[in-house]
Design a protein around this ligand. Sequence first.
Ligand code: DC
Length: 220
Amino acid sequence: MASIAIDGPAGAGKSTIAKMVAKKLNYIYVDTGAMYRAIAYYLLNHNINIENDTALKAACDQIHIQICYENDAQQVILNQENVTPFLRTEETGNMASKSSAKAPVRAALLDLQRNMAKNYNVVMDGRDIGTNVLPNAEVKIYLTASSNERAKRRYKELIEKGEQADLNKIEADIIERDTRDMNREIAPLKQAEDAIFIDSSDMSIDEVVNTILSVVKDNL
Ligand code: DC
């Protein structure tokens, strides 16, 4: 089985790009952020204080995450319930960033992610795929963009959905999330030594996809 790892900060376009690369190669797209979001959703719904180690460990013991696909789209099943529609809120994203720094949360997902790569050809995106989850991935990409550009993309997305948005607040949140994801003790976001760096600030989606496909062609 072959694995393509795509890591990078929030809003760099990882999921859009990873989905397109997976489709082109006929690989499975694995969104690991959605798994962390599903745990965050559980923790929020059950009012778990993530700073209380005993409570967090007990909660993680109750969490069972499964992944399945409907029309090529990843679905996250949390304790038998498909929670995919509830995962993309700012609240869940922020909680996912905080709770994913905790050891029991990371331990709850590592085997699931590794098993998927053992059983399928995958394009897997996240923060620690190339450095920690799949250190032997055939292709590793570190995809980023300036915080200003990432905030503008998120702003546009929210406005198009008819939601209210404040560009400065979005950028401040993005910077806060990056700082947390990059500075945590366990599996922080960082570029793997053997990852290809792509800054998508001034690139179109197709340009990024084609760059990755040419790296894949050279390495697989
Ligand atoms: O990519 P995303 O915004 O859906 O991820 C939500 C949070 O989950 C992110 O802020 C950090 C965490 N995460 C992680 O720690 N490791 C991963 N492989 C993927 C996500």
